[in-house]
Ligand binder design. Structure first.
Ligand SMILES: Nc1ncnc2c1ncn2[C@@H]1O[C@H](COP(=O)(O)OP(=O)(O)OP(=O)(O)O)[C@@H](O)[C@H]1O
Ligand SMILES: [Mg+2]
Length: 363
């Protein structure tokens, strides 16, 4: 038995996800998972840092420390609640919070914060962090990084599967028997839906998609969104909130639209961009497995089911809690780092080759 903890606060900044996993020679199992709410001032700072006009260096430095301290404390609390001693944990894999992701152009970079020194100091557990930048140094997009883990837990010897994560951004992993794993960010996920709901509903998200379900699709808006060049760009590719955000949405908006109609159109845009990506780059898939917070959006899932023309299930039906997979993936990537095994899939990120990912902060 080898226990690892994974921690990630995703693009939506909805909370810190934690997962405790057990890795044995032949099996990976999820023992426990939890989401810890971020203190509201830290959440507001992280949201601000995710916007180009919010990138003040003092704010960044303080948030890096505050988030590292919060992750360390959350992991200690999580382990107490699970009745597991810190000394029994091999390592923590901490993704942190992405505050900027610019994988293309000159001097590309990706920035995650949540100082791992504080996590190692608070827990005395060896902490692996900074998972993305080595892949980028090797010419890759540094994202998505979960596909290898999807392959490890959900790959099948006879069936072609696609794992769809609807997080802040949506990404897919193609698992085809006998072929290298591939995948990419398809485009929008929850982040723009959340931002529009926050502005017009005053809530962090549109629960169950009920508000959007009462709206009507605005054809001119859907058409403008669907013309976005990212969608037709061939993989490898990755994107983030620096592209799909309210400023981008406002540029697509025709005059005189009702907020609920915009939300409805965003659901349509999101589900269409996913189905278009599947049709274009994963046509031979047998089954679609959905994870991430977007699967709780009933209306969005209904629309996806209508459009996709494939058996659609959640990863939960295959034994993996769809809210815990990303955190579990970073626990597993910590194991890969300590075993000197590759953490990236070059066919996904476009890196020149396999690389061992992450920096190690001894406990
Ligand atoms: N009941 C619900 N109804 C509608 N949407 C929901 C519900 N529960 C969660 N969500 C959506 O899921 C989001 C959180 O999803 P998730 O945690 O997978 O995203 P993330 O942390 O940004 O992940 P990633 O790093 O993959 O982008 C919420 O912000 C919200 O949009
Ligand atoms: Mg989340």
């Amino acid at each position: 038995m080898a226990l690892f903890v994974g921690a990630i606060s995703g693009t939506s900044v909805d909370g810190l996800d934690l997962a405790l996993i057990d890795i044995s020679d032949s099996d990976i199992s999820l023992i426990a998972s939890a989401t810890h709410d971020l203190p509201s001032d830290l959440k507001a700072t992280l949201m601000a840092l995710g916007q180009a006009q919010g990138d003040d260096l003092d704010r960044l430095g303080h948030a890096d420390t505050a988030l590292g301290v919060f992750i360390g404390k959350s992991i200690n609390d999580f382990l107490v609640a699970q009745n597991v001693a810190c000394a029994d944990i091999h390592a923590i894999g901490s993704h942190g919070q992405t505050v900027r992701h610019r994988p293309t152009g000159s001097d590309p970079f990706t920035a995650q914060i949540g100082d791992p020194n504080h996590i190692a100091e608070a827990t005395r557990i060896t902490t692996v962090a900074d998972f993305r930048r080595r892949d980028m140094a090797a010419g890759g997009q540094a994202a998505p990084l979960v596909p290898l883990f999807h392959q490890a837990i959900l790959g099948d010897i006879s069936e072609s599967r696609v794992v769809l994560n609807i997080g802040g951004i949506s990404n897919i992993t193609l698992l085809r028997p006998g072929r290298p794993v591939s995948g990419f960010d398809t485009g929008p996920g929850n982040a723009m839906l959340d931002a529009w709901a926050a502005e017009h509903l005053g809530k962090p998200y549109d629960a169950g998609g009920a508000w959007s379900a009462n709206g009507a699709v605005v054809p001119a808006l859907l058409h403008a969104c669907s013309a976005d060049p990212y969608l037709k760009h061939p993989p490898p590719k990755s994107t983030g909130k620096e592209h799909y955000n309210l400023a981008w949405l406002n540029r697509q908006l025709p005059e005189a639209t009702q907020p609920a109609d915009v939300q409805r159109t965003l659901v349509e845009f999101t589900t269409q961009s996913i189905t278009d990506a599947l049709g274009r780059w994963a046509p031979e898939c047998d089954r679609l497995l959905v994870c991430g917070g977007g699967r709780h959006n009933t209306f969005l899932m209904d629309r996806l089911n209508d459009l996709v023309g494939l058996p659609l299930e959640t990863t939960d039906a295959f034994g993996w809690d769809g809210d815990a997979i990303e955190a579990a993936a970073f626990a597993w990537l910590a194991h890969r780092r300590l075993e000197h095994l590759a953490g990236n899939a070059p066919d996904v990120t476009g890196a020149q080759g396999e690389r061992v990912l992450g920096g190690v902060y001894l406990g």
